[in-house]
Design a protein around this ligand. Structure first.
Ligand SMILES: [Zn+2]
Length: 125
C-alpha cells in the first residue's frame, strides 16, 4: 500500500514539472490543467495517510488509543509504557513501522533505530 501513496506523490511531482514546462512554452492552458492535476495528485497522496501504509499486524498493534497527532511536519509514532516493573517503553515508528522496546519510561528524545527519523524531542529541559 506504501507504493500507492508514493505513486500519487510521484505522479503529482511529474505533472507539476510538466505543467511548469508547458506554462513556459506555447500551451499555457495545458500547463495550467497539468499543474492543477499535479496538485490534486499531491493532495491525494498526502491524505491517503499512514494507516494505508501499515501491514495488518501493525494496524492490530496500533490501538485506537492513539490520538490524532497535530500534522506539523512531525512523524507519527506510538509509545506504550508499562505500568508495572520492570518499566519498559514500546515505541512504534510511524514512518517505517519499526517496533522498538527500551528499558525505562518514555525518553525525552527518540530517533528510530531503523529509519533514523527523529520521532520526538521534548523541549522543556
Ligand atoms: Zn522508523
Amino acid at each position: 500500500m506504501r507504493n500507492k501513496r508514493e505513486n500519487f506523490l510521484i505522479s503529482g511531482a511529474v505533472l507539476l514539472v510538466l505543467g511548469a514546462m508547458f506554462s513556459f512554452g506555447a500551451d499555457a492552458m495545458m500547463g495550467a490543467i497539468m499543474g492543477i492535476s499535479g496538485i490534486l495528485c499531491f493532495i491525494l497522496g498526502m491524505t491517503l495517510g499512514s494507516t494505508l501504509e501499515m501491514s495488518p499486524e501493525a494496524v492490530g498493534k496500533w490501538k485506537p488509543s492513539m490520538e490524532a497527532l497535530p500534522d506539523a511536519g512531525r512523524y507519527m509514532y506510538r509509545v506504550d509504557v508499562t505500568m508495572d516493573n520492570p518499566i519498559q517503553s514500546t515505541i512504534l515508528c510511524g514512518p517505517c513501522g519499526h517496533l522498538e522496546k527500551i528499558e525505562g519510561g518514555r525518553p525525552s528524545q527518540y530517533s528510530c533505530t531503523k529509519c533514523g527519523k527523529e520521532l520526538w524531542l521534548d523541549e522543556e529541559e
